[in-house]
Write a protein that binds this ligand. Structure first.
Ligand SMILES: NC(=O)C1=CN([C@@H]2O[C@H](COP(=O)(O)OP(=O)(O)OC[C@H]3O[C@@H](n4cnc5c(N)ncnc54)[C@H](OP(=O)(O)O)[C@@H]3O)[C@@H](O)[C@H]2O)C=CC1
Ligand SMILES: O=C(CO)COP(=O)(O)O
Length: 347
């Protein structure tokens, strides 16, 4: 790897792609840990503001970014000398960005991503997209877990997890992110890790809707628990490991996003539950709300595997405007009474 040739003891440079909230926060984290870090974004104004004023005013206003973090709109410049590439664009832009990145990737340098979601339209997992674009032999890793960008850039304690088929690369990515206020764990289940990160966004809409309708704390806890059950069942069907979903990539992120008002997906649900239109809510949030596309892809996966996911399905129908939040509630509450686990944990 590029880093191993360094005999000066200097930490390897990191290139981060996507200058929104999460890309900027992760770039700031790597830079604070001593890695010279380049943040690539498509907006020249944002890049200039970061280079001149050390701030991403649009996405993380009020936070001073480290001096060893620079920004560029030139992808070739960003990858030059990098020991690790980290993609943090929204899922709808993931395939486009990794395709542009592939011919520029220095030999031996691995690619991680912190994007949550599927490839819209095909429903492919992002590790499938990355595997196809970069080809065999390129180390790939998923960075996921309960982590609001605003809290990470503020230096608040955070724990997340890095999953890869390549143990050494998972360790490299985790070492880059791990620090005094940030615990990075590792694992080997990209499938489960990606499913958890994607599904929790859909379930956060459900608890948001319930809270927006003032349905109470019992309803929220019920939705989180039955939501976790939906995650576990689909995960089991696609071949992910249950432990991944019981950890930071599943339960951890579900708890955060379903209860924390910093979540854009939860805020979308809150707005819908209060009777606001989806268009107005998305405009007010002003940042990516992954659940809108992810709900369709989760249901596509569920249909492919013949699995019922009533909460996710209700969210999808509300997001499409096919039913109102009140009708969604009625659908969930009128389902047949049954044992909590009719055939064990996964059925
Ligand atoms: N924010 C968070 O706390 C966390 C976010 N994530 C995940 O990270 C991913 C990115 O989210 P986040 O940073 O929050 O989103 P934001 O909405 O904050 O920022 C999105 C960024 O992506 C850029 N972008 C959009 N489309 C393209 C494109 N086609 N090519 C290049 N750049 C593009 C935007 O550029 P422009 O400004 O020019 O539109 C913007 O810089 C999502 O999958 C999200 O789920 C995961 C964990 C935490
Ligand atoms: O993924 C996140 C926290 O882990 C951020 O959630 P939102 O995209 O809902 O803001």
């Amino acid at each position: 790897m590029a880093a191993s040739n360094d005999v000066t003891g200097a930490l390897p440079p990191v290139a981060v792609f996507g200058a929104g909230s999460w890309g900027t926060a992760l770039a700031a984290l790597a830079a604070r840990h001593g890695h010279p870090t380049v943040l690539w974004g498509r907006d020249a104004g944002t890049a200039e503001a970061i280079n001149q004023g050390h701030e991403n005013e649009r996405y993380l206003p009020g936070h001073t970014l480290p001096d060893n973090l620079t920004a560029t709109t030139d992808m070739a410049e960003a990858v030059r000398g990098a020991g690790m590439l980290l993609v943090v664009v929204p899922s709808h832009a993931f395939a486009e960005v990794v395709r542009e990145l592939a011919p520029l990737r220095p030999d031996g340098v691995g690619v991680a991503w912190a994007t949550k979601g599927f490839e819209p339209g095909s429903g492919r997992f992002l590790h499938e997209v990355a595997g196809e674009v970069f080809g065999p032999g390129v180390p790939l890793a998923v960075v996921t877990g309960p982590s609001f960008a605003k809290e990470v850039v503020a230096g608040l304690p955070t724990a997340l997890t890095v999953h890869s088929d390549d143990d050494a690369f998972a360790q490299q990515v985790a070492d880059t992110l791990h620090g005094p206020a940030f615990r990075a764990y590792t694992g080997g289940d990209m499938l489960g890790a990606e499913l958890g990160g994607a599904m929790k966004n859909v379930l956060a809409v459900a608890t948001g809707v319930a809270d927006g309708m003032d349905l109470g704390l019992n309803a929220r806890a019920g939705l989180i628990t039955r939501g976790l059950n939906e995650m576990l069942r689909l995960n089991h069907a696609i071949g992910g490991k249950a432990e991944t979903l019981m950890g930071l990539a599943g339960l951890g992120d579900l708890a955060l996003t379903c209860t924390g008002d910093l979540s854009r997906n939860r805020r979308l649900g809150l707005a819908l539950g209060r009777g606001q239109s989806i268009e107005d809510a998305v405009r007010e949030i002003g940042q990516v709300v992954e659940s809108i596309q992810t709900a369709d892809e989760v249901m596509r996966q569920a249909e492919r595997h013949g699995i019922e996911l009533p909460i996710s399905q209700a969210v999808q129908s509300v997001l499409h405007g096919d039913i109102t939040p009140a009708e969604g509630l009625q659908l969930l509450m009128s389902r047949e009474q049954k044992p909590e686990y009719p055939h064990g944990l996964f059925d």
